[in-house]
Design a protein around this ligand. Structure first.
Ligand code: GLA
Length: 391
């Protein structure tokens, strides 16, 4: 029963729990450029996408939370008064967000909850952030609390750190919080300032290709890269004592002091420093509607993630090469943390259908695996759905 819409979820909720619910939804995200820069206080340029997670929730009079996932066809419960988190898997995100909101001083009420999501899980499209933010908004609204979206994003990020084990940056949660239809978001991950930029891609569409692989390494390598960047900052501070993060180093300064850094830290830092530069240039290109330049920067980003940051994998590289060999593609790159998951591609609108067929068949030929592809549009962030669904 996956992928049901808001109205369908509400009907299913009534059948399950016997009463009406309030409805919430949050988007997945695709990062256009600015990868592995967020936890270095840098810049990212993602879009929230029109694949969303829906949450139906009704307040209870006790501290129990009952959750039904229609995607997994599983049900679980927990008690808001319990002190430690015992949940596993998907429920950890939900209990984690509730717990952190409680720690921030919000008094939450128990709830009956049902979830259905069209954000593919484990594909690097932030299905977990979509879940965290939609659940967090539901808990706060049921408790009749004012919602500060930055606070909610930070609580969700902390839930990932504490209960999912990834020391992620803030990109995913801020994108899910502040997504804007037809706009990309230039996010300064130090000040947390979000600047919407019209997604002016003229005759191009954004196509996501899912390699449908996720290598085991992903979480440990992510945390390792983060530590390597911190090490790089510590070493660079010998010559640049004022820097707090790689965000504070520009390309010329990096070139001057790169010899202070041993390998592989040098390449890790080079990726971050050049990626911040590419991201700001890509934002400018987008403002000018220069799709060609934007696409070139995407490909450079992929190469840097592949060779310097080493977070790509064979399947991602193969599918990027396949995409770039197709006429009518302005740019392609891996998106998200890496080691599998998805690529993001700018494809001429009138070539999208044939592009998808071409990529899926060439990828199967090269890897023996099935790829999935989606055309995505920039969508709004997390919100309560107030009408259109009471059918
Ligand atoms: C994951 C993390 C983000 C970000 C990206 C890489 O998606 O959740 O915070 O670091 O990887 O850009």
């Amino acid at each position: 029963m996956a992928n049901i819409d808001a109205g369908g979820l509400h009907r299913a909720f009534r059948e399950l729990y016997g009463n009406p619910a309030r409805l919430f939804s949050a988007p997945g995200r695709v990062n256009l450029i600015g990868e592995h820069t967020d936890y270095n206080d840098g810049f990212v340029l993602p879009i929230a996408i029109d694949r969303r997670t829906f949450v139906a929730a009704a307040r209870r009079n006790d501290s129990q939370v009952r959750v039904h996932s229609f995607d997994l066809d599983q049900e679980a419960t927990f008690d808001l008064r319990r002190r430690s988190i015992e949940s596993k898997d998907w429920l950890r995100y939900i209990e984690g967000v509730a717990r952190l909101l409680q720690e921030m001083g919000f008094e939450l009420a128990g709830a009956d909850i049902a979830i259905s999501s069209a954000v593919p899980m484990g594909a690097g499209l932030s299905s977990s952030a979509a879940l965290e933010l939609s659940i967090g908004l539901a808990f706060l609204r049921l408790a009749e609390r004012e919602v500060d979206l930055v606070q909610l994003a930070l609580a969700s990020q902390k839930a990932e750190h504490l209960y999912a084990g990834t020391k992620c940056g803030i990109m995913d949660q801020l994108t899910v919080a502040f997504g804007q239809k037809d706009h990309a978001l230039l996010i300064d991950c130090r000040s947390l300032e979000v600047t919407p930029i019209e997604l002016n891609l003229s005759e191009y569409s954004v196509v996501v290709c899912n390699t449908n692989v996720k290598h085991e390494l992903a979480m440990s390598a992510y945390n390792e890269r983060r530590a390597e960047c911190e090490r790089g900052v510590a070493l660079l501070r010998e010559k640049m004592p004022q820097i707090q993060a790689l965000r504070d180093v520009n390309v010329a300064e990096f070139d001057e002091y790169a010899n202070l850094l041993p390998e592989p830290i040098r390449r890790r830092c080079r990726h971050v420093v050049t990626e911040n530069d590419r991201t700001l240039r890509a934002a400018d290109a987008l403002r000018k509607g220069d799709v060609k330049q934007f696409g070139n920067l995407m490909l450079l980003s992929h190469r840097s993630l592949q060779n310097d940051y080493e977070v790509s994998c064979r399947e991602l590289d193969v599918i990027v090469e396949i995409a770039m060999s197709y006429q009518g593609v302005a740019g392609a790159r891996m998106t998200g943390g890496g080691f599998g998951g998805c690529t993001v591609n700018l494809v001429r609108r009138n070539a999208v259908v044939s592009f998808r067929e071409f990529v899926e068949s060439a990828y199967q030929h090269a890897t023996g695996r099935q790829a999935t592809s989606y055309v995505v549009k920039a969508d709004d962030g997390v919100s309560e759905i107030l009408d259109d669904w009471k059918t």
